[in-house]
Design a protein around this ligand. Structure first.
Ligand code: KPL
Length: 303
């Protein structure tokens, strides 16, 4: 099994660390020169609960140098997905699976512009990770991973990938309704990411203030109303789930927070911005999501 991970940020590197230990051949691809150099020369250092381990990994900036792949895993920022999918076409052979585990909405559509949708799978993960520097990440939260075929069929391919991930230590289940899980994960990012980015807080600290709790609840409730109108099945109580994830990833600075800290463009368009777009189509007002999207966009324009 040859796996190529496109986008070796915090989450891409985290999956790379697990899979490199247990799988035949795993490659990390990124455009960040210093990170790739560190990965090649020293390996990937993963910090967790005060302990560090360094794992040897294959890494490159040149996707064309890898040869053909069985599985391509996308972890790039949502606004880079279309270009990443087009660059990844050199890796494709008969049966290559393109799997996105990225945050937000729109990644599936971006990959399907380049690839036959029968070769595309969708997933969500509740792990949290922070990129600390070149070749160095912190594993900041554990959670389940779900993957599924776009048509909901439980095929031997998706079952095999879930088994490989689980064997590698990434507890993974196959879902026959992955679209609904993507929305249910979206609620988590809708409630945590922009609020943490704007306040400068780690995930767990969002639970310490009535103001952040109120904001999170309003953002998530609006997104749930949109999802209900679209006929998405809602799991449990999304507001409570968001709080539970913030607690489980207490020490993590969420991905949008890390983007803010590094003055990088965020994935707001794929998260709260996606809720606003869907709401507009359905004629639903989502003033909290609209406001927070506008705020984040103005701030990132000044980075
Ligand atoms: O997905 C995440 C992110 O940071 O983007 C969570 C689950 C909120 C963990 O930080």
């Amino acid at each position: 099994m040859k796996t190529v991970i496109i986008g070796a940020g915090a989450m891409g590197s985290l999956f790379g660390s697990f899979l490199s230990v247990s799988q035949e051949e795993v490659w990390l691809v990124d455009i960040w020169e210093d990170h790739i150099q560190a990965l090649v020369s020293t390996g990937l250092t993963v910090e967790e609960g005060g302990k560090k381990q360094t794992i040897p990994v294959h890494a490159t900036k040149e996707v064309a140098s890898i040869g053909k792949a069985d599985l391509i895993l996308f972890f790039v920022k949502a606004y880079h997905t279309e270009k990443a999918a087009s660059d990844a076409l050199v890796l494709q052979k008969e049966g290559t699976v393109f799997l996105t585990l990225q945050n937000g909405l729109g990644n599936e559509e971006a990959i399907c512009k380049q690839v036959d949708r029968r070769n595309v799978m969708l997933g969500v993960t509740n792990h949290g990770a922070t990129l600390l520097g070149p070749g160095h990440i912190r594993h900041a939260g554990w959670g389940k991973t779900y993957i599924g075929e776009l048509d909901g069929k439980v095929t031997p391919q998706v079952t095999q990938i879930a088994r490989l991930f689980t064997q590698a230590g990434i507890e993974t289940e196959v879902s026959s309704n992955i679209q609904s899980l993507v929305w249910n994960k979206l609620f988590i990012n809708v409630g945590i990411n922009s609020v943490a980015a704007l306040t400068g807080l780690k995930n767990g600290r969002l639970l310490d203030y009535p103001e952040t709790l109120r904001l999170m609840e309003a953002l998530v409730s609006e997104a749930v109303a949109v999802a209900r109108k679209k006929g998405i099945s809602i799991e449990g109580n999304p507001v409570e789930t968001v709080k539970a994830v913030a607690e489980a990833t207490r020490e993590n600075r969420c991905s949008m927070g890390q983007d803010f800290d590094n003055r990088r463009k965020t994935e707001i368009d794929a998260i709260n911005g996606a809720v606003v777009r869907e709401a507009e189509r359905l004629g639903i007002a989502v003033p909290y999501n609209q406001m927070i999207t506008d705020l984040v966009k103005v701030i990132e324009k000044n980075f």
